[in-house]
Ligand binder design. Structure first.
Ligand code: C2O
Length: 516
């Protein structure tokens, strides 16, 4: 069936933490934004009008593969022009996936202004569909009191030579700071957790409760018992939570921001939230008993050990193995701070997808895309391996558009050692020194690269398109921590025609697009 959303995007005001009223991006006059809900197999149509007046925008449906619809991926200057104020634009694609996703603006940095929300794909055939009674979804997010347009010039200026990320003012839970999730006793909930933040990873647990992980980033996993999760920005977990059969008290839902990501911690910043798993509003609400001194003392389950429910086997024999070294530099030459193999991603003048479509048989030649976009051409159906080494002492959640990927190995693993290397020497991947890869590696679309550690991932280039691979910390993407995969461009030319309203966004915005 067709599911149609009409989004009139305008500024509205909001005060989600009760400390500062500010302008946020609203949809149809509302914020928090509407949750997009579809059933697996639906056609999702989002008609968007940019009524912001002063800012271009776009929507990326995070985690949607957009197989055959690369032009609907929403990444500005990758697959489309930013949509200028006063223009309309339609996203239209088939949802052949299931699980927990989100949508967000993907133009410059705009989603931290509030333009992000959950996207849920219901699946009546999920293996756990009959194991729960009710469904709840929760977003976790960092929050800034200032508008991105005010933060950005300071952040990207010579007064910030180390590229220090702006420190959020608050952490939100379903876009508020005092959420109660009302539950019934003896009931099993499918609880979907989504970090829609711009920067900070969060630990999550519920006092005196455990749960079973059944999905990560849209991939069903073997049910796996856990009590603590580490959720980076853009990651999702769905868990089955069975409530206790007494209602004599309520339990704190604890989120703790990963303070190791923050260069400074202002004394008035509350790193942990107090929300409630509320059995009975009139029963006691005992304070959370947070015993750790440092957020990094919490021991979350290691997502690289999860097993996908479909037991898709390890992809063997990559045709292409790409090694990427993350370096966070200093802004001394006005050139950018963040590098993958010495290249700081810079957006091109024409969306790279349009270049791929108009390049004729030169489309497989990486040089037509410009070195500054860090393009890498992938052959159709090739198995691709990415080895990432982190020379930086911060964690980086990397996201690949158009795919999920198998996680072969990661070092160090979550838990006690995760932050051990901070300050020591980086440990790059050494193939002669690794234990066997798992037979059924977990798959996800966003994976945390540990501080000074490494990971190895693989995927099949079975989705022709131009896909950006980037650190999902929005500050780092702005600093250039990304690159492009030009995947099977010859096949892409055969299957894709850009709709007129997409090309019109370029001309209305004054961008010369050759289109196809
Ligand atoms: Cu949520 Cu480029 O992604």
């Amino acid at each position: 069936k067709d599911v149609v959303y009409n989004f009139n995007v305008t500024w509205v005001t909001a005060n989600p933490d009760g400390l500062a009223e500010r302008k946020v991006v609203g949809i149809n006059g509302q914020w928090p934004l509407p949750i997009i809900e579809v059933d697996k197999g639906d056609q999702l149509i989002v008609n968007m009008y940019n009524g912001l007046g002063d800012k271009s925008t776009s929507i990326h449906f995070h985690g949607m593969f957009q197989n055959g619809t690369n032009d609907m991926d929403g990444a500005s200057m990758v697959t489309q022009c930013p949509i200028p104020p006063g223009s309309s634009f339609t996203y239209n694609f088939t949802v052949n996936q299931h699980g927990t996703y989100w949508y967000h603006c993907h133009t410059d940095y705009c989603y931290p202004d509030g333009y992000r929300q959950a996207l849920i794909v219901h699946d009546k055939d999920a293996y756990f569909a009959h194991q729960y009674d009710e469904e709840l979804s929760v977003t976790l997010s960092d929050w800034y009191h200032d508008m991105m347009e005010d933060i950005k010039p300071k952040f990207m200026s010579l007064y910030n030579p180390t590229g220090a990320e702006p420190i959020p003012n608050a952490f939100l839970f379903n876009d508020t700071t005092n959420l109660s999730l009302s539950v019934k006793p003896n009931t099993t909930y499918l609880l979907r957790l989504i970090n829609t933040g711009a920067f900070v990873s969060q630990y999550f647990y519920i006092e005196d409760h455990t749960f079973k992980i059944v999905e990560i980033d849209g991939v069903y996993t073997e049910p796996t018992e856990a009590d603590t999760l580490y959720i980076s920005v853009a990651q999702r977990y769905a868990v089955l939570l069975t409530t206790k059969n007494t209602t004599d008290k309520n339990y704190p839902i604890v989120t703790v921001a990963d303070s190791t990501l923050l260069d400074t911690i202002p004394s008035d910043l509350r790193l942990n939230s107090t929300s409630w798993l509320e059995y009975d509003g009139s029963a006691p609400h005992p304070q959370a008993d947070i015993t750790v001194a440092e957020s990094s003392d919490l021991v979350p389950i290691d997502d690289s050990t999860l097993v996908p429910y479909d037991h898709m086997p390890l992809l063997e024999n990559p045709v292409l193995s790409i090694q990427l070294d993350v370096v966070m530099g200093m802004l001394d030459t006005g050139k950018g701070y963040a590098f993958l193999n010495d290249i700081s991603y810079t957006a091109p003048k024409v969306p790279t997808l349009y270049t791929a479509l108009s390049a004729g048989n030169q489309t497989t030649d990486a040089t037509v895309y410009g070195e500054f976009t860090h393009p890498m051409v992938l052959g159709h159906h090739d198995v691709v391996e990415i080895i990432m080494n982190n020379n930086d002492s911060g964690a980086h959640p990397f996201h690949l558009h158009g795919h999920n990927f198998q996680v072969l190995t990661r070092f160090p693993s979550y838990g006690a050692d995760f932050f051990e290397l901070k300050g020591g020497d980086p440990v790059p991947y050494d193939p002669s020194n690794h234990s066997a890869f798992p037979a059924y590696p977990p798959r996800r679309d966003t994976l945390v690269l540990p501080p000074q550690g490494h990971f190895v991932i693989r995927f099949v280039a079975d989705n022709p398109g131009v896909w950006i691979f980037h650190c999902h910390i929005d500050w780092h993407l702005a600093q250039g921590l990304g690159m492009l995969f030009i995947e099977a461009p010859t096949q892409l030319q055969e299957q894709m025609t850009i709709p007129a309203d997409h090309l019109a966004a370029c001309s209305a915005g004054g961008i010369q697009s050759k289109g196809n």
